[in-house]
Design a binder for this molecule. Sequence first.
Ligand code: AMP
Length: 508
Amino acid sequence: MNTAANANLFSRLFDGLNDTSRLAIEKADGTRISYGDLIALSGRVANVIVARGVKPGDRVAAQTEKSVEALVLYLATVRAGAVYLPLNTAYTLNELDYFIGDAEPSLIVCDPSKADGITALAAKVHARVETLDSDGKGSLSDAAANTSTDFTTVPRAGDDLAAILYTSGTTGRSKGAMLTHDNLASNSLSLVEYWRFTKDDVLIHALPIYHTHGLFVASNVTLFSRAAMIFLPKLDPELMIKLMNRATVMMGVPTFYTRLLQSPNLSKDSTKHMRLFVSGSAPLLAETHREWSARTGHAVLERYGMTETNMNTSNPYDGDRVPGAVGFPLPGVSVRVTDPETGKELARDTIGMIEVKGPNVFKGYWRMPEKTKEELRADGFFITGDLGKIDERGYVHIIGRGKDLVISGGFNVYPKEVENEIDAIAGVVESAVIGVPHADFGEGVTAVVVGDRKTPLDEAQVLHALDGRLAKFKMPKRVIFVDDLPRNTMGKVQKNVLRESYKDIYKK
Ligand code: AMP
């Protein structure tokens, strides 16, 4: 699979590039960065980080706002044979203390506003600190400006680490997922083909780049295709709709789609230049999928992946993009559904644990051999923690995280099944069903509901509407109304936050 002389992802991305003048990235202010510029800039930054003592295999941690320079830091780190470690910009110093202590980077790049606090943490692991702000300015760029663009890409084996991404850690400590050069290259190349990327594509890139979606899926796929991306610091519905008249692809989390749908400017006409809309990182409601099709004439292509595995499944480019399903395993990826207790493979259409295997699957958790052993089976399948099924046509469906399963009175209640029924009630926008400690039942099925603020709706009406549609043991014991569900930046509903907020409601 690796045709470059060197298995380093950087070589695979750029060796053999003919036309260095091609546009790679356009900034929101219109500045244009060619492929040649990107390679030259990465050479400068690679020289700086090596001068700061970064050796092949060392970790370079980055907590930086989104900028082209931050993406260059990723490319330069990989080019230098080091391991890129992006950190969510929302992490506080207290949280960073854990990540820095665990990963022991030799260099940390952060926003100038955090430099003092981070320098104190860095001292504990003898790391150097450089700064980079949201405009791409800071000590890193200053040093790079005075450095040569020449840099010989450090040879790496396919199995060497290119990046460590920490999982969000909603239960227990965040774990560092170790991703190899082969993991990243194989997955991107497979997506380029599956989603028919070519050099003529222009991607609207409004995702954060500390997460697998914006960093690997969006950026690597674009760069492997020699396509261009328009780099926006964040979701900006009106600007994005305007850009759609010269872009061809958008990748987003479900929140992008719901927010864009709120604009009267989204239409068949405003999206007629686009060829593909991709959604992932959290479930896209079937209703959002249908609304989007009706309004724009485009069927959103939903795919499923995670930090540890890159992308696993995708709806087809040609053929049915089924609302509520995440499609078929990507070429070279195997997906199976197993009994969570016994690990035995289950029949089609039966809900169980989703397991995946392929060149996309990570090497293990950083310095957590026990956790790695628990979640990676001897035959190479990774236990994802997601419950789902494979239907008769081979489409994979995600039912939810295993840890979100509610066990009430000894019965398994799949929150999604209850949420689907609640969402179908007139006046409900969305809902989240959680298990909350309950003296008699172990966990009480609890529904948290967002109404449309127009239709009067109370607990009794919701329960009445569900009566006869759900078995008694699946019926919510309480229905709570809220204005919004708590979500993280990737659009995932934070059920752990809800469980914490309502943990005492059944206490007498
Ligand atoms: P992360 O590691 O932050 O990318 O989160 C991965 C998790 O997001 C998966 O294990 C799933 O639970 C969820 N996820 C990703 N894509 C989808 C999708 N298309 N539908 C439902 N859940 C998804």
